[in-house]
Design a protein around this ligand. Sequence first.
Ligand code: URA
Ligand code: SF4
Length: 213
Amino acid sequence: MTAEETLAKLAEEVSVCTQCALHTSRKKSVPGDGPANAEIMFIGEGPGFHENEQGHPFVGAAGKFLDQLLAQAGVTRADVFIANVVKCRPPGNRDPLPEELAACDTYLEAQIQAIDPSIIVTLGRFSMGKFISDVKISAVHGQMRKVGERYVIPMFHPAAALHQPQLKPAILGDFAKLPDQLNEARAALGKPVRTVQNTNQVQDDKPKQLSMF
Ligand code: URA
Ligand code: SF4
């Protein structure tokens, strides 16, 4: 199976998954979006209200801010894979429970294996906790470290930075460092630059407008 086929199969499994209690209240599961050969994978926390409605990650206010942050790093959504530690919305946006994180980790692990990104950027503490334990995000944000076969960079959650404006310079600065960190990771892993296959996984429902100038 190609990586693309694996991701499609996982998305199908997630859409009918009943492995944890979150399935009872979900409207749409949110498996994640992006090209199967993305060099950078972002992992957030879980779907919020809008994500649950639409079935795509980071489409609400935090997503708008994430788009700005990606632009700061010179990338667009079409270049990166964006997923969450839980694929179904925790009711009222509560924190995911340990048993929910454990149940859903099977899907996240399979996505990571299929995509094999050079860098994983964790957004927020739940995602960071999967890779790095016993650290404070305020002390280690933006610092790249090797975890197994790849590099992990913990960052603040964009929603946290929206609610706490004093975090904004830090998250902007961390995203600005990403291009250099990607080059560093590629060199250390001996991986060539990947040209992303522009799959149709990143939905663009807007009609294309012809620019006159
Ligand atoms: N916050 C997240 O952690 N993930 C989303 O997909 C949306 C908001
Ligand atoms: Fe399954 Fe994950 Fe949804 Fe729980 S959150 S029902 S484990 S897909």
